[in-house]
Design a protein around this ligand. Structure first.
Ligand code: FUB
Ligand code: ZN
Length: 683
């Protein structure tokens, strides 16, 4: 069996090498327009990116210094001392912050930051061993490595060491730094490490299914920069190692602990469902898409398609959060999407953005960007406070509480012992310009509706596209097309699922009522008939300077209902307007949120509140609210104003109740729940 498997692996590897060696390599049919070619000028994202640059990144570097993460590198360089942080993957917080700071330098050039990074990169270089190995948890004192690291290099890679995880983040950071600054300092460190990894792992060499995926994505990025086939073939080799672990017993009641937690329960091509630790999983699925695109591997493609389908039909929160189960930070069973205990690690949202972008690039379907957008505007940015320096590691869907049983959690924190999420946000946010447009020859895709300008080339013709809008608060989108000379091409404008009566590209969620408004598109003021392709309006014409495309997206407040198999959401609705999912928080609703009922016929008013929560579109309606008397023995309803805020903005005003899902009838109200009483008593 093992013999057959390794022959198959070798075949896969050879085809990978062949693909890599032929001058015309296969790749994603659609390429993103690089972040270096898109300038944002909007009121929603730009202030967030500014905060990321001015607050998050400096705070992150400062915390890397203050918590001894930087010191670990200094000690590794000196080959003496004692590893001074908790986890062997703490090195990655530095890499991720460098990655974010690199993207951010394109947006906001900053000589001081650039120089600081140069100095930090020198420390990283000094910590690298002569053969390329870079892992402070061992190099500081190889005779006494971190407990998770194992006595020798790589021996605990599958379980705990994170050696290849550290490498993967190093590669991602190095490519961003190189692309943003043109400097090869970090890239050279990464290449030296990757050469060691490729020399160590492969057919006839060492084999492992990397314990925490990301090295695969990182190697693919290095392959794109260098064209070196070993980087791609080693990425594929790592994918192919999954499902071979001898210690996995599928019959054990705790089988996930040894198998699916690591996506190591089956060969990747046989995996059909989103399983295990969500961040690991979604980095793996991103790499599967990358390798499928670069090698044309149809089995890999079929597997990642099927896994995506499973996530979107059964395992995705309405906010785009993934990884429902706290124990193992993992995907739950089908339809297991509890609200109060929702884990939804912020890093999983980051990973989901990466994955959906790749799925879009593979297939050119709007539904992938619909999910990406859902994650961006909801479950991702809920992970960072409006101050830019307080974070959620996990993103709850409901805080159940009462005056008599106050909960202390959750509140945002500045940093965590395991601080993967803050630094992951720090790197994702400033890369956002790279998600706005994409291109495939004469097809130019407008995926995100963020004001700003891009300069691209169609054929040899420079084309500038400028978006002016006030998204996500208003659905009036304007695109000014400015080719240097009249040029024929297709502008594909994404018609978001939510604007086409589709709450989700599956039956996991649906809108309770169809929208009465329709999308309309005009060019230079005249309505146009357009064809649609895979969820895009195809605007095909010879574009001339200053052609103006106007798209109107319906922006009613919609009630969303979940598939009846999602237990916690039965009899409840969520609120959505445009891509933004709402919640009710204690601060706006007389100290409570769990007592509010939203009957089907509820109508909402909307008002932009510039002073609130950095500017939000607020929703209000008059609804019944359940009241209990002081003795908790009698119950009544009163009518009161329900005020809803975007989910992403919750937990910026202290702690208290919050809910995304609202009961429609009295029978579905969770009264002062026994559960919350028990949980409090049990603490
Ligand atoms: O293992 C590294 C990171 O720590 C994971 O991505 C997070 O889920 C946290 O467990
Ligand atoms: Zn995290």
């Amino acid at each position: 069996m093992n013999h057959i498997l390794s022959s198959l692996a070798l075949l896969g590897l050879l085809s990978t090498q062949a693909a890599a060696q032929t001058g015309k390599r296969s790749d994603y049919p659609i390429q993103a327009v690089s972040f270096t070619k898109v300038q944002l000028a909007d009121n929603f994202w730009l202030p967030r990116l500014k905060t990321n640059t001015e607050v998050t990144i400096p705070a992150s570097f400062q915390r890397c210094e203050a918590t001894n993460r930087v010191k670990n590198f200094e000690m590794a360089a000196a080959r003496q001392g004692k590893f001074a942080t908790i986890f062997p993957f703490d090195d990655t917080d530095i890499y991720k912050t460098i990655e974010g700071a690199s993207y951010s330098l394109r947006l906001y050039p900053d000589e001081k930051l650039d120089a600081y990074m140069d100095a930090l990169i020198k420390k990283v270089a000094a910590a690298q061993e002569p053969d390329g190995y870079l892992y402070t948890a061992r190099t500081i004192d190889p005779a006494h490595p971190h407990d998770w690291a194992g006595p020798e290099r790589w021996v605990k890679e599958r379980e705990l060491s994170h050696e290849l995880y550290n490498s993967g983040h190093l590669y991602e950071a190095a490519v961003a730094h190189y692309e943003a600054t043109g400097k090869k300092t970090l890239l050279n460190i990464a290449l030296k490490n990757a050469d060691l990894v490729c020399a160590t792992f492969g057919p006839g060499k060492r084999a492992v299914a990397p314990g925490h995926e990301i090295v695969e994505m990182g190697l693919v990025k290095l392959y794109r920069v260098t064209g070196k086939p070993e980087y791609l073939s080693t990425a594929k080799f790592f994918l192919d190692q999954r499902g071979r672990y001898a210690g996995y017993d599928p019959k054990s009641p705790d089988a996930w602990r040894n198998g699916s937690y690591w996506q190591d329960h089956k060969p990747v091509v046989d995996q059909k469902e989103a399983e295990g630790h969500a961040v690991r999983a979604e980095y793996l699925y991103s790499a599967m898409a990358d390798v499928a695109a670069l090698t044309g591997d149809q089995q890999l493609l079929a597997a990642v398609d099927s896994i995506w389908q499973n996530m979107v039909t059964r395992k995705l929160y309405v906010t785009g959060g993934t990884g429902a189960v706290p124990g193992g930070e993992r995907f739950g069973a089908n339809y297991e999407l509890p609200n109060t205990t929702a884990y939804n690690e912020t890093c999983a949202s980051v990973a989901n953005v990466y994955w959906n972008q790749r799925m879009f690039q593979l297939h050119g379907e709007a539904k992938y960007v619909d999910i990406l957008e859902k994650v961006l505007y909801n479950g991702l940015i809920s992970g960072v406070g409006l101050d830019g320096k307080s974070f959620f590691y996990s993103n709850a869907m409901q805080i159940r509480n009462s005056a008599s049983f106050p909960q202390t959690e959750p509140q945002r924190a500045g940093w965590f012992d395991c601080s993967c999420c803050p630094t992951n946000l720090a790197r994702l946010m400033p890369s956002l310009p790279g998600y706005v447009y994409a291109q495939s020859g004469r097809d130019v895709y407008a995926n995100l509706f963020i004001s700003g300008t891009t300069e691209l080339k169609v054929g040899n013709q420079p084309v500038r596209i400028t978006q002016h809008n006030n998204y996500p608060w208003q659905g009036d989108l304007k695109f000014t097309m400015s080719p240097a000379a009249a040029t024929e091409f297709n502008l594909l404008v994404r018609l978001p699922g939510w604007a086409r009566n589709e709450a989700m590209p599956s039956d996991l969620y649906r809108f309770a009522m169809p929208s009465t408004e329709k999308i309309s598109i005009t060019i230079n003021g005249k309505p146009v008939q357009y064809t649609t392709r895979k969820g895009y309006a195809v605007l095909a014409r010879q574009w001339r300077k200053n052609d103006l495309v106007e798209v109107k997206l319906p922006m009613e407040v919609r009630q969303v209902v979940a598939n009846p198999r999602v237990h916690d959401d039965q009899g409840k609705v969520a609120l959505q307007r445009g891509p933004v999912v709402y919640c009710a928080e204690w601060a706006d609703n007389h100290g409570r949120a769990g007592n509010l009922i939203v009957p089907a016929a509820t109508t909402f008013t909307t008002r932009y509140q510039p002073e609130q929560l950095n500017g939000i579109m607020q929703l209000q309606a008059t609804v019944p609210a359940v009241q209990l008397d002081a003795a908790n023995t009698s119950i009544s309803t009163t009518r009161q104003t329900l005020t809803a805020i975007p989910y992403y903005a919750w937990a910026n005003r202290g702690k208290g109740e919050m809910t995304v899902w609202f009961p429609q009838q009295l029978t579905d109200v969770e009264l002062i729940s026994r559960q919350s009483k028990e949980a409090t008593v049990g603490k």
